[in-house]
Write a protein of this length. Structure first.
Length: 265
C-alpha cells in the first residue's frame, strides 16, 4: 500500500518511531522500576511478604485493594470472580506488574518485546494508589509524560483520524516522546542515542512522495504498520458502506510477527 498524503506519512513515521526507537528501551525501564517497587512493597507490608501473601493479608492492606489479583496464579481461569478463592502470593516483579494492568495486556512473558507499549505506558503512568515510578529529576513526572504519550500520541496513532495529523500535531508527538525519554532518566549515552535517532526520523520524515529513513527499517515492521493503516481504512469503509472486511493476507502461523502497538487503549 502506498502512502500518498503528508498526513499518512506523518502517521506512519510516528508509528515506526514508537516501535523502532522508543518502545525497545522501555521494558528495561519497567523491569528496574518493578524490581524496586516489589522490594518497597515487601518492606511496607512487613511482617507479610509478597511471595506468601494471603487473602487475610490482602483484606488488611488498603494499598492492595485495587490490584487485579485475578490476573495472576491462574486465578481468573480457576476461580472466576470469586476473589475469596484467589491465590494472593506474588512470586515475582512480573506478577506484580500484571496486578496493575487490565487482563488483555498481561500476555507478556518477560520484560522484553513481548511487553506491549500500551502496557508500558499504563505502568509508567500508574498513580491510583501512589506512583510506581519516580523520575530521577524531581522537576519531571513520569506519570504525566507517560499519560500524555498514551493519550495524545499512541492512542491517536492507533485510532487515527488522519485530518488531525498536521505538521503541528506531528511536531508535538516528537516533543512528547522527548519528554518521556527525559522523565525516565535513561543514562546519558542511551538518552543521547534515543534523541539522535528520534531527531533523524523527524528531520528526514518526508521527501517528495517517499519516507526517508536514517537507516534500514525492518521490512516486516514496515508491512505491519502499513497493514494497521489498511485495516483502519477498511473499518472506516465498513462503517460507511456496511461492507464486510477482506480476510487478512499477512497471517502466517509459522512466523512470529514483529510486535507493534495494538489498538487497545
Amino acid at each position: 500500500m502506498e502512502m500518498t498524503t503528508n498526513e499518512q506519512k506523518r502517521w506512519m513515521v510516528v508509528g515506526i518511531v514508537m516501535v523502532e526507537v522508543i518502545a525497545p528501551v522501555m521494558p528495561d525501564v519497567v523491569k528496574q522500576g518493578m524490581m524496586s517497587h516489589y522490594n518497597q512493597l515487601d518492606t511496607i507490608l512487613c511482617p507479610c511478604k509478597l511471595n506468601a501473601l494471603t487473602f487475610a493479608d490482602y483484606r488488611r492492606n488498603p494499598s492492595l485493594k485495587d490490584l487485579k489479583f485475578e490476573n495472576i496464579n491462574n486465578n481468573s481461569q480457576t476461580h472466576g470472580k470469586d476473589k475469596n478463592k484467589n491465590k494472593f502470593n506474588v512470586s515475582s516483579e512480573l506478577d506484580l506488574a500484571e496486578l496493575y494492568l487490565p487482563d488483555y495486556l498481561t500476555t507478556f512473558s518477560a520484560f522484553d518485546e513481548s511487553l506491549d507499549f500500551s502496557a508500558i505506558l499504563r505502568l509508567l503512568g500508574y498513580s491510583k494508589t501512589g506512583p510506581i515510578f519516580q523520575s530521577p529529576d524531581p522537576m519531571l513526572l513520569i506519570q504525566t509524560a507517560a499519560d500524555t504519550v498514551r493519550d495524545h500520541v499512541r492512542n491517536k496513532w492507533a485510532h487515527a483520524y488522519l485530518n488531525e495529523w498536521t505538521e503541528t500535531f506531528f511536531n508535538d508527538c516528537f516533543t512528547k516522546f522527548e519528554n518521556l525519554v527525559k522523565s525516565v532518566g535513561n543514562s546519558g549515552k542511551e538518552k543521547s542515542t534515543l534523541d539522535q535517532q528520534a531527531k533523524l526520523y523527524y528531520k528526514n520524515r518526508i521527501s517528495g512522495c517517499e519516507i526517508v529513513m536514517p537507516h534500514a527499517v525492518d521490512q516486516q515492521l514496515l508491512n505491519l504498520v502499513q497493514q494497521t493503516y489498511h485495516w483502519r481504512t477498511s473499518v472506516k469503509n465498513l462503517k460507511l458502506f456496511n461492507q464486510p472486511l477482506p480476510p487478512s493476507k499477512t497471517n502466517n502461523k509459522h512466523q512470529k510477527p514483529r510486535r507493534v502497538p495494538t489498538a487497545e487503549n
